[in-house]
Design a protein around this ligand. Structure first.
Ligand SMILES: Nc1ncnc2c1ncn2[C@@H]1O[C@H](COP(=O)(O)OP(=O)(O)O)[C@@H](O)[C@H]1O
Ligand SMILES: O=C(CO)[C@@H](O)[C@H](O)COP(=O)(O)O
Length: 502
């Protein structure tokens, strides 16, 4: 019974699962929180990873580990491998102007967008790493001058697990490389010209591994307590713990739920994502669909919103209730909340590209000014933004036979029951779980066991939620969604309009 570990280093926390490599049975798990904010010192992720590993009972008996992580975050290293500045995360919008510049430099209007979509499968927005590098070069030249290598959160954590063996040993995978803006999913090659265009020069980037290639071996000295004597058949017969290539968290979720043709996954975490596994790369010049690669050698067209589970957190805070009470309140109000609409741009928005937008509430009347109506409007607004994403995915050729709902927000009964009304189709919900970490574990098992395909793990029982579609919810949301105000600078900080997270 060889065991494998999967890590999910996501925005809000780090989760570790230990599973049986052959059957996928869950053996143990652990988690630890991440700091708040849209720029984070990567060392905090490392500390959380060690804490989560410890909570999961350690790694001494596993044969392989893979790390999945939040996508796009810019981790800059100097020549000696030290972190140059805190990482800018996927939800940090300060590079919105840099994104606009990069598009304009590539051509006027549609031509600039088409250039990027054809070159790397995506149109720059503040989330993508290339725009963050442009921001760094423009705003912090002293930091930019020190950068010798740039990598992503999961690349850096994998490298640390290997003992940080020099910049040339940095490794990544297709899934996460495809979110940088300087790697092409269509060709499988870096675009150093675009890296140079963004940053002003070329720096070291991680080698891109195939789906089940080894990234190295774990250095036991990096774990608490120092070197651990490997137990059992570590790294099949070698006594070593193998490191998988890892991947971005959404590609890992696809692997974790076993998404196949016709499946669209809707993940409600810090981000809201809607994605499908595809055989051909996407190149949407409209920019709604990012043409990522997946973790199996295929592709992962994906729409991402900046506002998902935290919309529910904020609504609960506003109403002074917990998440279960918020859910009960939302289900007390009628579908459509009698016309009350929440446009949930609390962190600005990425899809649509409104980095400085704020949220708004429309349709207040004496009748709709109740906690239940506001709770319902929050759930519906968040789901409407994702329904727009689903439409965008379909417009790019995705077929939808099944919608699978995952992520922390799927733990809300209101979300599960209202989603089919908003999406206009049933949704299936696997049991609450850590599907990103599971996908990473499945990749680790693939690396350890070999083979053309990842091991087949038992399919989880899913629950199906069916409801009569209520098109009026989306019609009303469509009337409201462009009527929002832009962010104002916090008092005394006039330069910070558009900076997130205050
Ligand atoms: N019962 C619940 N109802 C609504 N939201 C929930 C519930 N349980 C957890 N969440 C939310 O899920 C979010 C975390 O989800 P997760 O998928 O782990 O995020 P991430 O991967 O971005 O770190 C938190 O914002 C949390 O409030
Ligand atoms: O930017 C994206 C996808 O393009 C986000 O999905 C991040 O990958 C963060 O994910 P979560 O922490 O919300 O799971």
């Amino acid at each position: 019974m060889p065991l494998v570990a999967g890590v999910d280093s996501s925005t809000q926390s780090c989760k570790v699962v230990i599973r049986d490599a052959e059957t996928g049975a869950l053996v143990r798990q652990g988690r630890a929180p991440h700091p708040d904010g849209t720029e984070v010192d990567p060392r905090a992720w490392w500390d959380a990873l060690l804490a989560a590993v410890e909570a999961a009972g350690g790694l001494a008996d596993v044969v392989a580990v893979s790390v999945a992580g939040q996508q796009h975050g810019m981790v800059c290293l100097d020549g000696s491998g030290e972190v140059v500045r805190p990482a800018l995360l996927w939800n940090d919008t300060r590079s919105a102007d840099a994104a606009r510049e990069l598009i304009a430099e590539a051509g006027d209007g549609e031509a600039g967008r088409r250039f990027w979509a054809d070159a790397v499968g995506l149109v720059p927005v503040a989330s993508f790493t290339a725009t963050k590098l442009r921001w760094l070069a423009r705003h912090e030249p002293e930091h930019a001058d020190r950068v010798a290598a740039v990598c992503l959160p999961h690349d850096w954590l994998t490298w640390r697990l290997a003992g940080a063996p020099g910049l040339a040993a940095l490794r990544t995978d297709r899934g996460d490389a495809s979110g940088t803006g300087y790697w092409s999913p269509a060709t499988g090659q870096y675009r150093p010209d675009l890296l140079e265009r963004a940053f002003g020069r070329v720096v070291e980037v991680p080698t891109v591994l195939g789906p089940a290639e080894r990234a190295g071996v774990l250095d036991p000295a990096v774990l608490p307590g120092g070197p651990a004597a490997p137990v059992g058949a570590a790294g099949p017969g070698s006594g070593e713990i193998l490191l998988g290539p890892g991947t971005g968290d959404n590609a890992a979720a696809a692997l974790g739920v076993g998404a196949g043709p016709g499946d669209v996954v809707v993940s409600i975490g810090t981000s809201g994502t809607v994605f499908a596994v595809a055989d051909t790369p996407a190149a949407d010049a409209g920019g709604a669909v990012a043409g990522f690669a997946d973790a199996t050698g295929r592709f992962l067209p994906l729409v991402c919103t900046l506002n998902a589970a935290r919309v529910l957190d904020s609504a609960a805070t506003l109403l002074g209730v917990d998440l279960d009470e918020l859910s009960a309140l939302a289900l007390d109000a009628p579908p459509g909340a009698d016309g009350l609409v929440m446009v949930p741009y609390l962190e600005g928005e990425r899809t649509p590209d409104r980095p400085t937008a704020t949220g708004s509430v429309h349709g207040l009347t004496l009748r709709t000014a109740t906690p239940a109506h506001l709770a319902r409007a929050a759930v519906e607004g968040m789901l409407c933004a994702l329904a727009d994403g689903l439409d965008a995915l379909v417009a790019q050729g995705a077929t939808v036979e099944r919608v699978i709902l995952v992520g922390g927000g799927a733990r809300s009964a209101a979300v599960r029951r209202i989603a089919p009304q908003v999406f206009g189709r049933p949704v299936v919900v696997p049991p609450p779980g850590e599907y990103v970490a599971d996908g990473a574990a499945r990749q680790a098992a693939w690396v350890a066991l070999g083979g053309e395909q990842p091991p087949t793990w038992a399919v989880q029982d899913t629950e199906e939620y069916v409801a009569e579609p209520v098109p009026a919810i989306r019609q009303r949301y469509a009337e409201a969604r462009d009527h929002v105000l832009d962010r104002v600078a916090p008092a005394g900080k006039p330069d910070e309009v558009g900076a997130p997270g205050e």
